[in-house]
Design a protein. Sequence first.
Length: 126
Amino acid sequence: MKNAPHTLPPFVINLFFVIGLMSALSFRALMAIKDLQPQLLRPVWYMGIIGYILFFGFRYSITEKRKKAICEFKLIDKLKKGEELSPNDRQVMTYILSSLQKSRENLNYLFIFATSAIAILLDLLF
């Protein structure tokens, strides 16, 4: 990674965001599906599992890309020592900060939290 990395196109970010949401929803729906449509239990479970494999594989690769950039460009050391950042270092910092800002993982976590709470509440009510 001699050159500064770049963020992915919004289409890719949004695609994996939707995959994560659908996977989370699949798992939260399993309790209802087992009672209402038991024949759908395995397909919905597989949809959730495969979606999570794709989503968390994607999230892992993004995290590793950020870590690799920080390490390869020795950004932490440069910042601690107060060294001036080169234009390439600045590009890497811009990538890391843009990547964090564009990420929708916080919305995915909020969705997982909310749907988990709703699933528990509905299960207790019914």
